[in-house]
Every structure is written in structure tokens, then in C-alpha cells.
Design a protein around this ligand. Structure first.
Ligand code: KE4
Length: 430
């Protein structure tokens, strides 16, 4: 595979940008080799600087549920651009967007738009602390909530991938207020609450973890977590930056049947542009400035271009709820194909899937928490990643990320992926 231009761009990028990338997980560090510089995308395909074509399962890490550059989002953006890019003043599109999010997610009574998932989770924790007048939070080992200081403790995603789940630069004082529980282990939560009586403002959780591979919260666990938070007056925050509008129109909270107090969103709600949001109970959200005393702000929050792309994406979801059935069928088809291949090569690697997000773990352990996830053979994953890549399948360059099926992936795409998966597994396991 010719990667001359990508290599040239990467060498140049490393002179001006730390690690040559603007987000660490893009650098291929854990899988080896150099990242490909992508030039364009359309539907299920992306094309790199050297003209190589790939079936893309990263989808910009989740936003592209309809595939790359769908015409209806392009059209919405073009129309918005005619009016200008940004005003730093309220616009009608923001009202339409807020109403649509409130309409699609029953637990959200009010919502504030921001520019990334990190801003959303960071702000949700701040308002939970302001509302409860308590300082500590509980997060779960392996969950990733963006790069705000108080989350970079036992974090997932790129932090886990690069082996820095606890980042330098996070002060001891900050870390002291973040308590770590074990995913799907309700006793670990009960112990922390007992040891920190009346000091815990919030529990933040990925209701389907997508940054330690893919792990679904067990029904009993998430139900008990909801009950404990209510009893202890702890704000339950569902971080749905990845799962929001991905696993269902109402997110993971719809499929789990649990109502959090606050939810955070990102990715899909921007239609490919930088958008995050946090929302939930009115009495909590009214704590936020200028309505209340908890400060939160952003120059480009609710940006008209981003709102037009995001609104087009969510409006399509509202008007076409059947896409989730389509995504389920396509994702099940891919899952079954890979499971058939694993049987043929006599390998019982774990494949976890929730809707159109999934992860093939290179471990034969059942993966239900951080410990079982990190038993995966990341070297073998790296070889698998490159075997798939050189045959035209672009996966997330990390064992601890999800891959995503979009409505744009055709059966031919899935059949090719299943075939290349088989050839790669044969090569790696003989
Ligand atoms: P951003 O600040 O990257 O928009 O969102 C942070 C975030 C928060 N919560 C969850 C559940 C998330 O998955 C993320 C970001 N996800 C990673 C991919 N696993 C972003 C990719 C990257 O860091 O480049």
C-alpha cells in the first residue's frame, strides 16, 4: 500500500504538532506504524492522501452514524453558511436544537450547548457540585469522559491506549476528589459511598462503556446505581457522548430503561462539527449562569453552522426511527460473520456489541469490566489492525476503542470486512 504522502505529512506534522496529531489516539502509537492522512470521505468510505480507499469503521470516533458527508447535512450547512458563520448572539437554530434534544431524550428537561464532549462532562460535574454543595465524584475504571483534570484518573480511550490512565499534570488535590469504582460492580460503589458519607456530589458513568472497548452496564448494576444515587442524593450523570443517538434515538438510557439526573452528549449531535451538550432536570440546569450561579460559557457554543449540521442529523433521526432497525440488522450481520470466523479458526476471542458499536477483544475472557478488557493481547491486536488496514478496512487504531457501523455501510462492505477479518485471523492464529 503506497503511503508516501501520509508519511511525508506525518514527518512534517511532527515538527509543528505534538506527536504529529491533534488528538493522541489518531497517532497509531499503540498499533505501530504511521497514521494515514485522510483527504476525503463519502458514505462508508474514506480516501487517504495517497488515494487508498478504505471501508471506515471509525466514523470520526462516532459522529458519522449516516456515513461521511451525507447530502442532507451538506445541504443544511451550505444554507447556514449563506447567513454567516458565527454571531456570538442567540439564534433561532439553537432553540430548535434544544427543543429537539428535549423531545428525543425524556430525562432532559433543559440543555446547554457546548463545543465538545469534554466541555459537556466537565460542566455537568461542575453543576452537580454546585447543586449538591458536595465536592467528590465517582467515576469508573476504564471509562473516559474527556480530558478535564478530574476525569484523567484511571481513564479509558487514548489515555488507556497510551498507558497513561492517570495523566501527569493532574494535581493531587484534583485527583483526591475523584473516586474510582469498578464497572458493573455495585459493591465497589457502595464501599466508596460508605467511606465518603455525604461528600459525593455525582456519579458519572458511560451507560455503555465505549472507551475500554465496548462493555454494556448490567441491568441489575445500573438499576441499583440509580437507586443508590437517589437515596444518597447523589447526581447520576450518564455520559452519552458516544451512546447518545447512537444505540437508540433516546440513547443508552432508553435501552437500559434508566433515567439519569443529567446526561452529556457529543459526536452525533454535531453532524460532524464540534458540538457537545449537557442537560437534565430543570431544577439542576437552572443553577447554570446566567439563570443561576454556576458559571459555564463558550464563545462558539451553539455556533450556527454546527447547530445546522447537528439539527439536520437529529431531525433525520426523529423522522426516520427505522434507522435503528437497519443499524441493528447490519451490525448483527457483521457480528455473526466475525463470530463464524472465530469458530473456524478455533479462537474464542470476545466480541461485545451494543447496537451499531462493537469491539473484538483479543482475549478469550468474557469482557465485562476494565480488568477483563485489559487482559487483551494488544500486540496481537496491532498485527490484526494492520492486516485489516492493508486490505482496505479502517478500524480504530486501539484495542480499547469501539468500531461503528453506519447506515451507509452496504452488505458488500460487510461481506468484504468479514472476508478480510477471516484472512487476518487465519494469518495471526496459525
Ligand atoms: P471530546 O472532548 O473528545 O469531544 O469528548 C470526550 C468524550 C467524553 N465522553 C465519552 C464517552 C467519549 O467517548 C469522549 C470522546 N471519545 C473519544 C473516542 N473514544 C474521542 C477520540 C479522541 O480522543 O480523539
Amino acid at each position: 500500500m503506497n503511503t508516501t504522502l501520509s508519511t511525508h505529512f506525518f514527518n512534517e506534522a511532527k515538527r509543528y504538532i505534538p506527536g504529529g496529531v491533534n488528538s493522541p489516539v489518531r497517532a497509531f502509537k499503540s498499533v505501530g506504524g504511521n497514521p494515514l492522512f485522510i483527504k476525503s470521505g463519502k458514505g462508508s468510505k474514506i480516501y487517504d492522501a495517497d488515494g487508498n480507499e478504505f471501508i471506515d469503521y471509525v466514523g470520526s470516533w462516532g459522529p458519522h452514524i449516516f456515513g461521511h458527508n451525507p447530502d442532507f447535512i451538506k445541504k443544511a450547512l451550505a444554507e447556514a453558511l449563506e447567513n454567516g458563520t458565527s454571531f456570538g448572539a442567540p439564534t433561532e437554530t439553537e432553540v430548535r436544537m434544544a427543543k429537539l434534544i428535549v423531545d428525543l431524550v425524556p430525562s432532559v428537561e433543559m440543555v446547554r450547548m457546548v463545543n465538545s464532549g469534554t466541555e459537556a462532562t466537565m460542566s455537568a460535574v461542575r453543576v452537580a457540585r454546585g447543586f449538591t454543595k458536595k465536592d467528590k465524584i465517582i467515576k469508573f475504571e476504564g471509562c473516559y469522559h474527556g480530558h478535564a483534570d478530574y476525569f484523567l484518573i484511571k481513564a479509558g480511550s487514548g489515555a488507556l491506549t497510551l498507558g497513561v490512565p492517570d495523566s501527569p499534570g493532574v494535581t493531587k488535590a484534583n485527583a483526591a476528589d475523584t473516586l474510582i469504582a469498578e464497572y458493573n460492580n455495585i459493591d465497589s460503589v457502595k464501599n466508596l459511598i460508605r467511606e465518603n458519607k455525604k461528600e459525593i456530589a455525582a456519579v458519572i458513568i458511560e451507560p455503555v462503556a465505549g472507551n475500554v472497548g465496548v462493555i454494556r452496564a448490567n441491568d441489575n448494576f445500573i438499576k441499583e446505581l440509580r437507586e443508590i444515587c437517589s437515596e444518597e442524593k447523589i447526581i447520576l450523570i450518564f455520559d452519552e457522548v458516544m451512546t447518545g443517538f447512537r444505540v437508540a434515538a433516546g440513547g443508552a438510557q432508553e435501552i437500559l430503561g434508566i433515567k439519569p439526573d443529567l446526561s452529556t452528549f457529543g459526536k452525533i449531535i454535531g453532524g460532524g462539527l464540534p458540538v457537545g451538550a449537557f442537560g437534565g432536570k430543570k431544577e439542576i440546569m437552572e443553577m447554570i449562569a446566567p439563570r443561576g450561579p454556576v458559571y459555564q460559557a463558550g464563545t462558539l457554543s451553539g455556533n450556527p453552522l454546527a447547530m445546522s449540521a447537528g439539527y439536520a442529523a437529529l431531525k433525520y433521526i426523529k423522522d426516520h426511527p427505522e434507522i435503528y432497525q437497519t443499524l441493528e440488522e447490519k451490525s448483527k450481520y457483521l457480528e455473526n460473520g466475525i463470530k463464524e470466523n472465530l469458530k473456524k479458526v478455533n479462537k474464542a476471542f470476545s466480541l461485545n456489541r451494543v447496537g451499531s458499536m462493537m469491539c473484538l477483544f483479543f482475549t478469550e475472557k468474557k469482557v465485562a469490566d476494565y480488568k477483563s478488557a485489559v487482559s487483551s493481547d494488544t500486540n496481537l491486536f496491532g498485527k490484526y489492525f494492520h492486516s485489516m488496514l492493508t486490505k482496505g478496512i479502517y478500524l480504530a487504531p486501539s484495542q480499547y476503542e469501539a468500531i461503528f457501523v453506519s447506515t451507509a455501510h452496504s452488505i458488500d462492505d460487510l461481506d468484504k470486512t468479514i472476508k478480510v477479518n477471516y484472512d487476518s485471523l487465519v494469518k495471526l492464529t496459525k
